[in-house]
Design a protein around this ligand. Sequence first.
Ligand code: SF4
Length: 465
Amino acid sequence: MKKFAKRYTRHLSKTLNLLKRRDFEYLRHILRKKSGINRSGEAEDKLKMYKYLETLLAGREKSIPGENVLKAINNFQQGKAQIDSMPVILDYCDTHLGCNISPPCGKCFLPPMSKIVYNFTGNEFKGLEKALICADVIIVGSLSEIMLDKNYPGIVNSMSTNETPRFSHISNGVLIKNHVKNIVGKVRSILVSLDAHIPGIYGKLQGKSMHLNLILSGLKDLADAKQKVGTRFPNVFLSFTISKENVDIFKDYYEYFLNPGYSIDVILLNRLNKFTNANPGRFREKFVFDFDEQIITDTTYFGIIKDLKKLSRNRKVLFFELIDYLTCYPILGKNNSSGFEGPVCPLPWIYMNCSIHGEVKLCCYSPTNLGNWREHGLDAVWNGKKMIRIRNQIANFGVALECLQGSCPVVHKLRYILQQERVAYGIDDLKKDWRRYAPMIRPFIEEVCKGTLRETPVFFDNPGH
Ligand code: SF4
């Protein structure tokens, strides 16, 4: 009875909250879901929705995203917990779930469906306006091949208003060739997941061997088109997930993409780790990708980073390890940065990872749920109790207790350094007795940042604010 009353009160307060906020669309969505009627979205709805976004972004003052970036950097460098800036990067996931690689890559811990499935009917952007107006980068389509969507040109146009394009997405690269015209100058950055430049290895790890030619030729077309139009957008990131199968080719891979014909901006080294493994072995053509067996040791991984940092010094194509990718965002393009200011990880100050159903995650690495923007409103999550506590902990200790739960690269390197330095406690002790160990980790956090872009900031991405 008590349980029933608690549930009833919770539902009632949720409904009242939504009525108060006049979020009828979300309320309708919940009712439809509860009653089992779940109509899938239609193309016109989607186009209308992206038109709404286009009007919204076109109507904002040009200076807003730039001012928001500066405010966010300031809040971050001072380690403020309650902040007056909005997210600089808005990662809006679950919008599209689809991938044209089948069977899925062995490394994919959440294989996307092989077609686009809309699971929210209504205006996905309603209620998120305040964040959308301020965001400098909007990422849409997590874990997906967004270019499969027939609305792709509409999506791109909605976010490429007047000055700098805002829209970024990930891709397996197979469809770039078809969309060069839609992408050039209109997409801010594309992160292409590409684990080999050799057809045989590519075929084992990702799509079919013949797809590789298609991807390489798409990248070349894109580079040509960028040059013709005279734009540096999109910035192209190649993400290389390292495993036993491709570890030996990584150096050659980096050198291969120094070829200006590809116009690659960054090569990002990614890694498999046991915290993201949710699948048994994946069968491909005469090859079984066994996730656990493919994980390389920390010593090999950090050794490769050291070598590549040397090799890539003063080269045109930047080499990022995951920590660079995380920690350098706020300093990219800001030539007034002195590199090492502020807390280690800027994400809670600049980044919001939200789903169309309202859930807000701390980041891609931690499963921590910060609240629901649809039910409680954006501000209540962005400056909510949980977020404030996390910002405080990151500012004081380097990481927050919530950061220890997932596959965070900062925590991974911290674990490695604690082991190397033979410190008497490890991440598991930190998890169990946070109060006791958290104040001791600061010197090791500084070790974590050594050799990263926190020390030597780069300025490749000058959005012209
Ligand atoms: S888990 Fe890692 S990436 Fe995420 S907020 Fe914490 S430190 Fe940053």
